[in-house]
Design a protein around this ligand. Structure first.
Ligand code: SF4
Length: 703
C-alpha cells in the first residue's frame, strides 16, 4: 500500500449502474477514505449508503486472496504456487480439453462488474483465438431482456436518453423497479426534480409498496407477470383517447396497426382483473401519460428477469413510440442498468451472442470485420452458451472446464443447488476472485487472486452511456493482479499473439479503434481524453471535442434497416409456471437497500448490516394467518427446486398471494437455507435467455 503517492484520486462507484463519481483520498499511511465527486455530472457529490462506505471494503483485506493456488486432484488441498505455475497448468488443461473435446468444451463466465478493458480481452481470447463463443456474464441475469428489446424496437442496444432528462420531464413511469433502494442517487435526483416541479408526476408499477412509492402519484400494485397486460391496456386507452402522435407513428415507426388491433383485443376490465388492480387506476395512469408534454419510462429487473422479459420491455417501449415520446428532452425509454459496467461489457461484445461494438455473431460481415481486426483464428458462427446453459452443460458433461471471474454464480444463478452440483461435476474450475468468501472458491482447481476496485485502472460505462475513467489508487495485496493482466498472461501461455499490451490504455485504444464507424463509435476516446474530460457519453467519434452525445435519435432516425422504430405486437400472456394448490404463492426476489449482489463486498461493512441484518420473507398478513404464521416466526419456503428457511416479516406492503425474499445471501458453512435461489427455476425468456427470477410458485409453512 505504500508505492503510490498520497493524494486524491478520481474513480467511479463499483456498485450499481448509476455510475456515481467518487474521489478516493489516500493518506501517507495508505489509509483510504471516499467522498462523492462534486464535479461528476451524475451525482454532483452525492453518494448512497453503499458508495459512502466503499473505503471499508478496500481497507479490510482479511478475506483477500493473496497468491495463486492450485491442486491436481479434487481430494487434495490447494497449494500456493507461482503465477507461472498456475497459468501454465491452466493453459495445459485448456489445450488438452480443446484438443480432446473441441473449443466449445471450455467457457468463461464473467461479470457486469468487470472493467471494459477486462471484458475486451477475455472476449477476444475466447472468440478470436480459442474459437468458441462460450463467454457469458452475469449481465445475462440482469439486462439481456432490455438489450434484446432495444435491438428489436430501435435497431440496436442503445439507451436513447440521459439522466439530465429527469430534470426536464413531466412524468416518469417506473415499471418493475425500486430505484429508491437499488439506484439511490438517481432517485435522489428524481425526488429533487419533483420537489422543484410539483407538476411532475410519478407512476410506479410493482407488486410491493416500496420506498419508491413514497413519492408516486399513482401506484399500480399489479400481480407479478402481468406487466404486458397493463402496458397494453394503457396503450389501448391512449389510442382511444387520441393521445398518440399520429405524425410520429406514420413517419418514424412500423407496426402500429397490428399493435392497435392487439391491444383492442382485451377490455380494460379484463386487464384490471388479471393485473389485480382497479380499472380506475389504469384509466388514471393512461390519462396522466396522455396529457403530459413529456414522459420517461424506467425499468429494471421486474421487467427483465422474466420468462417474457423481452415482451415486457417491448410493451413498455411501445408506449414511448405511439406517443412520440423519444429522442426529445424529458422523453424516452430508459432501462436502469443493474451493474456498474454492464453497458461497457456489451460495448465490447461480452455476451455469448455478440461481437465487439454491438456487432452480432450471426452476421458473417461482422464476424469477418472482427476476424480481420484481431488477426486470429476464425470466429465460430455457433452462438455460445448463456449463463444458465453453461451450468446445465457442466451438469450433463457437455462442458468440461469453466473459468469464473468476478462473480458468484452459486448465489446469483437460478436453481443454485443445480449450479453447485454442476461445479462439482466439472472437470476443471478456475476461479479469478478478490475474496476467499464466494462459494465458488471451494470448487476451484485453480484460484487466481485478482486486484480489487481501487487497485487497477480502467473504464466503466453507466446506464446513460457515460464512460468514466477509474484511477488506480493503491497496490493490490500479495501477488493479486488486475483481471486484464491475468487474462493476457494466460493468453500468452496459450501461445496466442495479440495480448502483449503495454497496459489498460493500450487495450482501450484497441477497443476504441474497433468501434470506428459503428453506432457506438468511441474512436475519439482515449485515456488522455478521459483523464481530461473526467467522463463523456458515447457515441464519441474521432474529432469530437464536447461532452459527447447525451441523447440519441433526436432526428427520429433509428438504427433499424428502414430507420423506423418497430412497434411490436404479441400476446399478453406470461410463460412462467403458474401457482397451483401445492405451491399457491408467487415468490419474487430482489435487492435490499444496503447490500450489493452476493455481499462479497458489502457483507464486510458492519454499518451496512444494520439496515436488514438477515434475510426475511415478506408475506401478507392474510397469507400468514392462513398458515398460522406470526411476525418473526421461522418459516420454510418450498418450491419444486428446493427449500429456504428464514424469519417471516408480515407486511401489508406486499400483495396478497405474493411473497418476497432478498437475493443476497448464500451459503454459510454448509447451511444454504438462506439462499433465495434454492427456490427459483431455470426457465428463461426465449429470446434473451434471461431467467425468470421474479416468478416462482412456492408454498410457505411454519417451521
Ligand atoms: Fe454507488 Fe449506485 Fe450508490 Fe451511486 S447510487 S453511490 S453508483 S451504489
Amino acid at each position: 500500500h505504500n508505492k503510490l503517492p498520497a493524494g486524491s484520486y478520481r474513480s467511479t462507484c463499483c456498485y450499481c449502474g448509476v455510475g456515481c463519481g467518487i474521489v478516493v483520498n489516500r493518506d501517507r499511511q495508505g489509509k483510504i477514505t471516499v467522498e462523492g465527486d462534486k464535479d461528476h455530472p451524475v451525482n454532483k457529490g452525492m453518494l448512497c449508503s453503499k458508495g459512502m462506505n466503499l473505503h471499508y471494503t478496500v481497507m479490510d483485506t482479511s478475506d483477500r486472496l493473496y497468491y495463486p493456488e492450485m491442486r491436481y486432484h479434487r481430494q487434495m488441498p490447494r497449494q500456493r504456487v507461482s503465477w507461472d505455475q498456475a497459468l501454465e497448468r491452466t493453459a495445459a488443461v485448456f489445450k488438452q480439453m480443446i484438443e480432446q473435446y473441441g473449443p466449445d468444451s471450455v467457457a468463461f463466465y464473467a461479470s457486469g462488474q468487470c472493467l471494459t478493458e477486462e471484458y475486451y480481452v477475455v472476449n477476444k481470447l475466447i472468440k478470436g483465438f480459442i474459437g468458441s463463443n462460450n463467454i457469458d456474464t452475469n449481465s445475462r441475469l440482469c439486462m439481456s431482456s432490455a438489450v434484446a428489446a432495444y435491438k428489436l424496437s430501435l435497431g440496436e442496444d442503445s439507451v436513447p436518453g440521459c439522466y439530465d432528462d429527469i430534470e426536464q420531464t413531466d412524468c416518469i413511469f417506473v415499471a418493475g423497479a425500486n430505484p429508491a433502494w437499488c439506484h439511490p442517487i438517481l432517485w435522489r435526483r428524481i425526488e429533487a426534480a419533483k420537489e422543484k416541479n410539483p407538476h411532475m408526476k410519478i407512476i410506479v408499477s410493482d407488486p410491493r409498496v416500496t420506498q419508491s412509492c413514497a413519492i408516486a402519484d399513482i401506484h399500480l400494485q399489479l400481480m407479478p407477470g402481468t406487466d404486458i397486460v397493463l402496458h397494453h391496456a394503457i396503450g389501448r386507452l391512449l389510442i382511444e383517447a387520441g393521445h398518440i402522435d399520429h405524425d410520429f407513428i406514420q413517419q418514424h415507426t412500423e407496426g402500429f396497426s397490428k399493435y392497435r388491433d392487439t391491444v383492442m383485443e382485451r377490455s380494460i376490465s379484463s386487464a384490471a382483473a388479471i393485473c389485480g388492480i382497479t380499472e380506475d387506476l389504469i384509466y388514471e395512469a393512461a390519462a396522466l401519460l396522455g396529457n403530459v408534454r413529456s414522459f420517461m419510462t424506467m425499468w429494471t429487473m421486474g421487467l427483465n428477469q422474466s420468462a417474457v422479459g423481452v415482451n415486457k420491455n417491448l410493451s413498455l417501449i411501445n408506449l414511448n413510440l405511439i406517443t412520440g415520446k423519444i429522442g426529445k428532452p424529458g422523453c424516452g425509454p430508459f432501462s436502469l442498468t443493474g451493474q456498474p459496467n454492464a453497458m461497457g461489457g456489451r460495448e465490447v461484445g461480452g455476451l455469448s451472442n455478440m461481437l465487439p461494438a454491438h456487432r452480432v455473431l450471426d452476421n458473417p460481415a461482422h464476424r469477418k470485420e472482427v476476424e480481420d481486426f484481431w488477426g486470429g483464428t476464425k470466429i465460430s458462427d455457433k452462438p455460445g452458451l448463456t449463463a444458465t446453459e453453461m451450468f446445465e452443460a457442466l451438469n450433463d458433461g457437455r462442458l468440461k472446464a469453466i473459468w469464473i471471474m468476478c462473480t458468484n454464480p452459486l448465489v446469483s444463478l437460478p436453481d443454485a443447488r443445480m449450479a453447485e452440483a454442476a461445479l462439482q461435476k466439472a472437470k476443471f474450475v478456475v476461479v479469478q476472485e478478490i475474496s476467499n468468501k464466494p462459494e465458488t472458491v471451494r470448487y476451484a482447481d485453480v484460484v487466481l487472486p485478482a486486484a480489487a476496485w481501487t487497485e487497477k485502472e480502467g473504464t466503466m460505462t453507466n446506464a446513460e452511456r457515460r464512460v468514466t475513467y477509474l484511477q488506480r489508487v493503491n497496490e493490490a495485496p500479495g501477488e493479486a493482479l488486475p483481471d486484464a493482466e491475468i487474462i493476457c498472461r494466460f493468453a500468452q501461455k496459450m501461445g496466442f499473439k495479440g495480448f502483449d499490451y503495454t497496459g489498460p490504455a493500450d487495450i482501450y485504444a484497441e477497443h476504441s479503434r474497433l468501434t470506428a464507424g459503428t453506432n457506438i463509435d468511441v474512436s475519439g476516446v482515449d485515456y488522455k481524453v478521459l483523464k481530461d474530460k473526467r467522463s463523456l457519453q458515447w457515441p464519441y467519434p474521432a474529432g469530437t471535442t464536447g461532452p459527447g452525445t447525451p441523447r440519441l435519435f433526436t432526428d427520429h432516425h433509428f438504427y433499424t434497416s428502414s430507420t423506423k422504430a418497430i412497434i411490436h405486437s404479441f400476446p399478453d400472456d406470461n410463460r412462467s409456471a403458474p401457482p397451483h394448490p401445492q405451491f399457491p404463492l408467487i415468490l419474487t426476489t430482489g435487492r435490499i437497500r444496503d447490500q450489493w449482489h452476493t455481499m462479497s463486498k458489502t457483507g464486510k461493512v458492519s454499518k451496512l448490516k444494520q439496515h436488514i441484518p438477515a434475510p426475511l420473507l415478506e408475506i401478507h398478513p392474510e397469507d400468514a394467518r392462513e398458515r398460522h404464521i406470526k411476525e418473526a416466526d421461522i418459516v420454510e419456503i418450498f418450491s419444486e427446486n428446493g427449500t429456504v428457511r428464514v424469519k417471516a416479516q408480515l407486511s401489508t406492503s406486499i400483495k396478497k398471494g405474493v411473497v418476497f425474499l432478498p437475493m443476497h445471501w448464500g451459503k454459510i458453512l454448509d447451511n444454504d437455507l438462506n439462499r433465495a435461489n434454492n427456490l427459483t427455476h431455470r426457465l428463461v425468456d426465449k429470446i434473451s435467455k434471461q431467467p425468470d427470477l421474479k416468478y416462482t410458485a412456492v408454498q410457505v409453512q411454519l417451521y
